[in-house]
Design a protein around this ligand. Structure first.
Ligand code: A3P
Length: 342
């Protein structure tokens, strides 16, 4: 009876009829089922990604639309060389992190430099696609002339255990750029991104702490990524500190030209990208480019960069701040830079 009542209730339920203990049971389970579905979908999204199938590899950076530049090859000093010439090389520099730090902004700004050629998409070679081999990796890179720098960015490298050893075996001279941002804001930004893809996600606080307001859940990637000192420790087993540049995600917003100046110095390049390239777009609330590369028109980053953040209770923020404080201090000591998050 209960079974048939349940069936009838189920069929009727979709037409708005209510009745029987089965229906009541189902009604009480419905929120649980929904939460389980949302969590399941979220867990699937949060799993480390796979290398895309061979046909869907990232496309090499598009050819520049601006006039060709002078080659630096000794055989042809000062002579312009057409687009498409040069060789595909391994990147001499990588933006290795951190997710939601401002890595896309940095890459887009650096692309304005005539001596930088950057891959537009994230190849995920040193975390997800390593078995494809170095020759495959190099085939993704844009062509460069002698003296130009090949650059790619994949923010998950910073938190991938094997990435430093793998990058070191490609070249121990690789320059490593890490954009870091207050780990609490970074975690909220990460959560905002997941929420935009998984509506109905439990609250930020529910995910950040175990059992309500219990201990901080460091197994949650949004929290774990912000333990910068721990991740850096792993990198320093393979690379000396001098191989790194730490870019402040906060200053990248408040003074993009200043941070870009430091990056160009680190890469051994002339300071070509300067404050004359930026303007503050009040609607976007972020610095934008006066002229996009190749188009000559103003350009801001897309909607997924500079998203509004969900409101997180102050108590949750304060607890997380306190949690990160010792890790931040350690990170300041390790890098010799105070990022001012505390
Ligand atoms: P929010 O969307 O939380 O504001 P990433 O590119 O590494 O995913 O980082 C995204 C973050 O870059 C954004 O996080 C935003 O704060 C930051 N950012 C820095 N400079 C920016 C700019 N000029 N335009 C848009 N976002 C910028």
């Amino acid at each position: 009876m209960a079974g048939s009542g349940g069936l009838a209730g189920g069929a009727g339920g979709s037409q708005g009829t209510v009745g029987g203990p089965g229906a009541a049971l189902r009604a009480s389970r419905a929120p649980l089922l929904f939460a389980a579905l949302v969590l399941g979908a979220y867990c699937l999204c949060a799993l480390p990604g796979r290398c895309p199938p061979a046909g869907r590899v990232p496309a090499p950076a598009p050819a520049r639309a601006e006039p060709p530049r002078a080659s630096r090859s000794p055989g042809a000093p000062g002579l312009p060389v057409a687009n498409g010439s040069g060789r595909r090389r391994f990147p001499q520099a990588l933006i290795v992190g951190v997710k939601k730090g401002g890595t896309r902004a940095l890459l887009e700004f650096l692309r304005l430099h005539p001596d930088i050629r950057a891959l537009g998409s994230e190849p995920h070679f040193f975390d997800r696609c390593y078995e494809r081999g170095l020759a495959w990796y190099r085939s993704l890179m844009p062509r460069t002339l002698d003296g130009q720098i090949t650059l790619e960015k994949t923010p998950s490298y910073f938190v991938t255990r094997e990435a430093p050893r793998r990058i070191h075996s490609m070249s121990p001279a690789t320059k490593l750029i890490v954009v870091v941002r207050n780990p609490v804001t970074r975690a909220i930004s990460d959560y905002a991104q997941t929420l935009s893809k998984t509506p109905g996600l439990p609250s930020f606080g529910a995910l950040a702490f175990r059992r309500g307001l219990g201990p901080v859940d460091t197994a949650w990637s949004a929290v774990r990524i912000g333990l910068y000192a721990q991740h850096l420790d792993n990198w320093l087993r393979h690379f000396p500190l001098s191989r790194f540049l730490f870019v402040s995600g906060e200053r990248l917003v408040s003074d993009p030209a200043g941070e870009l100046g430091r990056v160009q110095d680190f890469l051994g390049l002339k300071r070509v990208v300067t404050d004359k390239h930026f303007y503050f777009n009040a609607t976007k609330g972020f610095p934008c480019l006066k002229k996009a590369q190749g188009s000559g028109r103003p350009h801001c980053l897309g909607k997924s960069k500079g998203r509004p953040h969900p409101r997180v209770p102050e108590a949750v923020v304060q607890r997380l701040r306190a949690f990160y404080r010792p890790f931040n201090r350690k990170f300041y000591q390790m890098t010799g830079q105070d990022f001012g998050w505390d």
